[in-house]
Design a binder for this molecule. Structure first.
Ligand SMILES: [Zn+2]
Length: 270
Protein backbone atom coordinates (compact mmCIF):
# COMPACT_ATOMS: atom_id res chain seq x y z
CA UNK A 1 0.00 0.00 0.00
CA UNK A 2 2.76 2.41 0.99
CA UNK A 3 4.45 2.12 -2.37
CA UNK A 4 1.40 3.62 -4.02
CA UNK A 5 1.93 6.94 -2.31
CA UNK A 6 4.07 9.34 -4.26
CA UNK A 7 4.51 12.71 -2.72
CA UNK A 8 5.19 15.71 -4.97
CA UNK A 9 8.70 16.26 -6.31
CA UNK A 10 10.23 13.29 -4.56
CA UNK A 11 9.19 14.54 -1.14
CA UNK A 12 9.76 11.94 1.51
CA UNK A 13 7.39 13.07 4.22
CA UNK A 14 4.51 15.52 4.15
CA UNK A 15 3.92 17.78 7.17
CA UNK A 16 0.83 19.85 7.94
CA UNK A 17 0.60 21.96 11.08
CA UNK A 18 -2.93 22.80 12.15
CA UNK A 19 -4.28 25.09 14.84
CA UNK A 20 -7.86 24.71 16.04
CA UNK A 21 -8.84 28.20 17.24
CA UNK A 22 -11.22 26.89 19.94
CA UNK A 23 -11.87 30.23 21.59
CA UNK A 24 -14.85 31.11 23.83
CA UNK A 25 -17.15 29.14 21.49
CA UNK A 26 -16.11 26.06 23.41
CA UNK A 27 -17.41 27.32 26.76
CA UNK A 28 -20.33 29.35 25.37
CA UNK A 29 -21.57 26.29 23.48
CA UNK A 30 -21.60 24.40 26.76
CA UNK A 31 -23.57 27.16 28.48
CA UNK A 32 -20.59 28.35 30.52
CA UNK A 33 -19.78 32.04 30.76
CA UNK A 34 -16.28 32.52 29.32
CA UNK A 35 -15.12 34.30 32.47
CA UNK A 36 -12.74 33.41 35.29
CA UNK A 37 -11.62 29.80 35.06
CA UNK A 38 -13.73 29.42 31.92
CA UNK A 39 -11.97 32.25 30.10
CA UNK A 40 -9.10 30.19 28.73
CA UNK A 41 -10.65 30.09 25.27
CA UNK A 42 -10.32 33.86 25.13
CA UNK A 43 -6.59 33.35 25.40
CA UNK A 44 -6.69 31.97 21.83
CA UNK A 45 -7.89 35.23 20.32
CA UNK A 46 -5.80 37.48 22.53
CA UNK A 47 -2.46 35.65 22.74
CA UNK A 48 -2.42 32.14 21.31
CA UNK A 49 -3.31 32.73 17.67
CA UNK A 50 -1.04 35.81 17.32
CA UNK A 51 1.79 33.77 18.87
CA UNK A 52 1.32 30.98 16.29
CA UNK A 53 1.14 33.46 13.43
CA UNK A 54 4.52 34.83 14.48
CA UNK A 55 5.92 31.34 14.92
CA UNK A 56 4.88 30.10 11.47
CA UNK A 57 5.98 33.34 9.89
CA UNK A 58 9.38 33.05 11.57
CA UNK A 59 9.79 29.57 10.12
CA UNK A 60 8.35 30.64 6.76
CA UNK A 61 6.09 27.63 6.55
CA UNK A 62 2.41 27.30 5.62
CA UNK A 63 -0.15 26.33 8.27
CA UNK A 64 -3.91 26.05 8.66
CA UNK A 65 -6.25 27.50 11.29
CA UNK A 66 -9.67 25.92 11.87
CA UNK A 67 -12.06 28.50 13.24
CA UNK A 68 -15.55 28.14 14.79
CA UNK A 69 -17.95 30.76 13.39
CA UNK A 70 -18.72 32.15 16.85
CA UNK A 71 -15.03 32.73 17.58
CA UNK A 72 -14.69 34.53 14.26
CA UNK A 73 -17.52 36.84 15.35
CA UNK A 74 -15.72 37.48 18.66
CA UNK A 75 -12.31 38.06 17.05
CA UNK A 76 -12.91 39.25 13.47
CA UNK A 77 -9.62 41.14 13.26
CA UNK A 78 -7.65 38.07 14.32
CA UNK A 79 -9.29 35.95 11.62
CA UNK A 80 -8.61 38.64 9.03
CA UNK A 81 -5.01 38.72 10.20
CA UNK A 82 -4.63 34.95 9.73
CA UNK A 83 -5.72 35.35 6.14
CA UNK A 84 -3.79 38.59 5.56
CA UNK A 85 -0.57 36.89 6.62
CA UNK A 86 -1.14 34.13 4.10
CA UNK A 87 -2.35 31.28 6.28
CA UNK A 88 -5.37 29.11 5.63
CA UNK A 89 -8.68 29.64 7.43
CA UNK A 90 -10.82 26.49 7.58
CA UNK A 91 -14.21 25.93 9.22
CA UNK A 92 -14.67 24.29 12.61
CA UNK A 93 -18.35 24.39 13.58
CA UNK A 94 -20.21 27.42 14.88
CA UNK A 95 -20.29 26.95 18.67
CA UNK A 96 -17.84 24.05 18.57
CA UNK A 97 -20.87 21.74 18.68
CA UNK A 98 -20.05 18.35 20.19
CA UNK A 99 -23.66 17.23 20.24
CA UNK A 100 -26.07 15.88 17.65
CA UNK A 101 -27.40 18.76 15.55
CA UNK A 102 -30.13 16.95 13.59
CA UNK A 103 -31.85 19.38 11.20
CA UNK A 104 -29.91 22.35 12.49
CA UNK A 105 -26.63 21.06 11.11
CA UNK A 106 -26.96 22.39 7.57
CA UNK A 107 -27.84 25.90 8.70
CA UNK A 108 -24.90 26.00 11.13
CA UNK A 109 -22.42 24.78 8.50
CA UNK A 110 -23.69 27.47 6.15
CA UNK A 111 -23.59 30.15 8.84
CA UNK A 112 -19.93 29.56 9.67
CA UNK A 113 -19.13 29.33 5.98
CA UNK A 114 -20.71 32.75 5.44
CA UNK A 115 -18.97 34.34 8.43
CA UNK A 116 -15.49 33.12 7.41
CA UNK A 117 -16.03 33.93 3.72
CA UNK A 118 -17.17 37.47 4.54
CA UNK A 119 -14.25 38.14 6.86
CA UNK A 120 -11.48 36.85 4.63
CA UNK A 121 -13.04 37.46 1.23
CA UNK A 122 -12.25 33.81 0.41
CA UNK A 123 -14.47 30.78 0.83
CA UNK A 124 -12.99 28.11 3.12
CA UNK A 125 -11.94 24.95 1.33
CA UNK A 126 -11.86 22.64 4.30
CA UNK A 127 -13.63 21.64 7.46
CA UNK A 128 -12.69 19.88 10.65
CA UNK A 129 -15.40 18.63 12.94
CA UNK A 130 -15.45 20.15 16.41
CA UNK A 131 -15.03 17.46 19.08
CA UNK A 132 -15.06 14.81 16.36
CA UNK A 133 -18.81 15.11 15.73
CA UNK A 134 -19.98 14.34 12.22
CA UNK A 135 -23.21 13.05 10.72
CA UNK A 136 -24.09 11.12 7.59
CA UNK A 137 -25.19 14.43 6.03
CA UNK A 138 -22.14 16.53 6.84
CA UNK A 139 -20.10 15.68 3.77
CA UNK A 140 -23.00 16.32 1.38
CA UNK A 141 -23.47 19.84 2.75
CA UNK A 142 -19.73 20.55 2.65
CA UNK A 143 -19.59 19.39 -0.94
CA UNK A 144 -22.50 21.62 -1.83
CA UNK A 145 -20.60 24.54 -0.28
CA UNK A 146 -17.57 23.78 -2.46
CA UNK A 147 -15.26 22.25 0.15
CA UNK A 148 -12.47 20.08 -1.23
CA UNK A 149 -11.48 18.34 1.97
CA UNK A 150 -12.55 17.13 5.38
CA UNK A 151 -10.04 16.66 8.19
CA UNK A 152 -12.11 14.87 10.83
CA UNK A 153 -11.82 11.14 10.47
CA UNK A 154 -9.50 8.94 12.48
CA UNK A 155 -9.68 5.79 10.39
CA UNK A 156 -6.47 6.04 8.38
CA UNK A 157 -3.04 7.66 8.45
CA UNK A 158 -2.79 8.81 4.85
CA UNK A 159 -5.07 10.93 2.65
CA UNK A 160 -7.84 9.17 0.73
CA UNK A 161 -10.76 10.13 -1.47
CA UNK A 162 -14.09 10.67 0.26
CA UNK A 163 -16.87 8.17 -0.43
CA UNK A 164 -20.54 9.05 -0.61
CA UNK A 165 -22.87 6.05 -0.69
CA UNK A 166 -19.83 3.91 -1.44
CA UNK A 167 -18.95 6.03 -4.48
CA UNK A 168 -15.46 7.52 -4.59
CA UNK A 169 -15.49 11.29 -5.09
CA UNK A 170 -12.88 12.78 -7.40
CA UNK A 171 -13.26 16.27 -5.95
CA UNK A 172 -13.06 15.76 -2.21
CA UNK A 173 -10.36 14.23 -0.07
CA UNK A 174 -10.20 13.09 3.54
CA UNK A 175 -7.08 14.24 5.38
CA UNK A 176 -7.36 12.31 8.64
CA UNK A 177 -6.29 13.85 11.93
CA UNK A 178 -5.14 11.95 15.00
CA UNK A 179 -7.19 12.90 18.06
CA UNK A 180 -4.83 11.27 20.52
CA UNK A 181 -1.28 10.96 19.42
CA UNK A 182 -0.75 14.14 17.42
CA UNK A 183 -3.17 16.34 19.35
CA UNK A 184 -2.18 18.40 22.41
CA UNK A 185 -5.57 17.95 24.10
CA UNK A 186 -5.16 14.55 25.83
CA UNK A 187 -1.68 15.39 27.10
CA UNK A 188 -2.61 18.70 28.67
CA UNK A 189 -6.19 17.87 29.65
CA UNK A 190 -5.95 14.31 30.97
CA UNK A 191 -2.41 13.27 31.75
CA UNK A 192 -0.87 16.70 32.44
CA UNK A 193 2.22 15.55 30.59
CA UNK A 194 5.14 17.97 30.94
CA UNK A 195 5.82 19.97 27.77
CA UNK A 196 9.30 18.40 27.43
CA UNK A 197 7.76 14.91 27.26
CA UNK A 198 5.15 16.00 24.73
CA UNK A 199 8.00 17.23 22.54
CA UNK A 200 9.80 13.88 22.81
CA UNK A 201 6.59 12.03 22.01
CA UNK A 202 5.88 14.12 18.90
CA UNK A 203 9.47 13.72 17.72
CA UNK A 204 9.05 9.95 17.97
CA UNK A 205 5.82 10.10 16.03
CA UNK A 206 7.54 12.14 13.35
CA UNK A 207 10.47 9.72 13.18
CA UNK A 208 8.12 6.79 12.58
CA UNK A 209 6.09 8.55 9.93
CA UNK A 210 9.21 9.88 8.21
CA UNK A 211 10.52 6.34 8.07
CA UNK A 212 7.29 5.23 6.39
CA UNK A 213 7.22 8.08 3.83
CA UNK A 214 4.14 9.14 5.71
CA UNK A 215 1.97 12.06 6.47
CA UNK A 216 2.36 14.01 9.69
CA UNK A 217 -0.54 16.20 10.77
CA UNK A 218 -0.20 17.99 14.09
CA UNK A 219 -3.27 19.51 15.76
CA UNK A 220 -2.82 22.10 18.53
CA UNK A 221 -5.17 24.47 20.36
CA UNK A 222 -3.84 27.98 21.04
CA UNK A 223 -5.80 28.43 24.27
CA UNK A 224 -4.51 28.33 27.80
CA UNK A 225 -5.66 25.50 30.07
CA UNK A 226 -5.58 22.36 27.98
CA UNK A 227 -4.06 24.01 24.92
CA UNK A 228 -0.66 24.92 23.49
CA UNK A 229 -1.17 28.68 23.52
CA UNK A 230 1.12 29.55 26.42
CA UNK A 231 4.85 30.23 25.83
CA UNK A 232 6.34 26.97 27.13
CA UNK A 233 3.89 24.85 25.16
CA UNK A 234 4.16 26.94 22.00
CA UNK A 235 7.89 26.44 22.33
CA UNK A 236 7.33 22.69 22.01
CA UNK A 237 5.88 23.33 18.55
CA UNK A 238 8.76 25.70 17.74
CA UNK A 239 11.33 23.07 18.77
CA UNK A 240 9.43 20.39 16.86
CA UNK A 241 9.49 22.48 13.66
CA UNK A 242 13.26 22.97 14.07
CA UNK A 243 13.62 19.21 14.51
CA UNK A 244 11.49 18.35 11.47
CA UNK A 245 13.34 20.86 9.31
CA UNK A 246 16.61 19.07 9.98
CA UNK A 247 15.30 16.10 7.96
CA UNK A 248 15.78 15.84 4.24
CA UNK A 249 12.85 15.56 1.89
CA UNK A 250 10.25 17.09 4.20
CA UNK A 251 7.67 19.45 2.72
CA UNK A 252 5.30 21.60 4.77
CA UNK A 253 1.83 22.16 3.32
CA UNK A 254 -1.31 23.97 4.35
CA UNK A 255 -4.09 21.42 4.53
CA UNK A 256 -5.81 23.00 1.52
CA UNK A 257 -2.51 22.90 -0.38
CA UNK A 258 -2.11 19.22 0.32
CA UNK A 259 -5.77 18.56 -0.54
CA UNK A 260 -5.34 20.22 -3.93
CA UNK A 261 -2.25 18.18 -4.67
CA UNK A 262 -3.99 14.97 -3.67
CA UNK A 263 -6.94 15.75 -5.94
CA UNK A 264 -4.63 16.63 -8.85
CA UNK A 265 -2.80 13.33 -8.42
CA UNK A 266 -5.50 11.04 -7.12
CA UNK A 267 -4.65 8.31 -9.61
CA UNK A 268 -1.17 8.15 -8.14
CA UNK A 269 -2.06 7.68 -4.54
CA UNK A 270 -5.21 5.65 -4.47
ZN1 LIG B 1 -11.86 22.26 18.29
Amino acid sequence: MRGKYRWPDGVRCVVTLTVDFDGPSHETGRKLRPLGINSWGRYSGRRGVPRYLDLFEKHQIPASFFVPGYDAECYPEVVKEIHRRGFEVGAHGYLHEAWDLADEEEELLKRTHRILSDLTGTAPLGWRSPSGRKSARTIRVLKELGYIYDSSDKDYDLPYLVRIDGRRMSDMVELPSSAYSLDDFPFYKFSMTPASEVLEHWKQEFDSLYHENGYFMLMVHPRSGWGSGTPSRARVVDDLIHYIKRHEGVRFFSVAGLAKWCLDHHDDFE
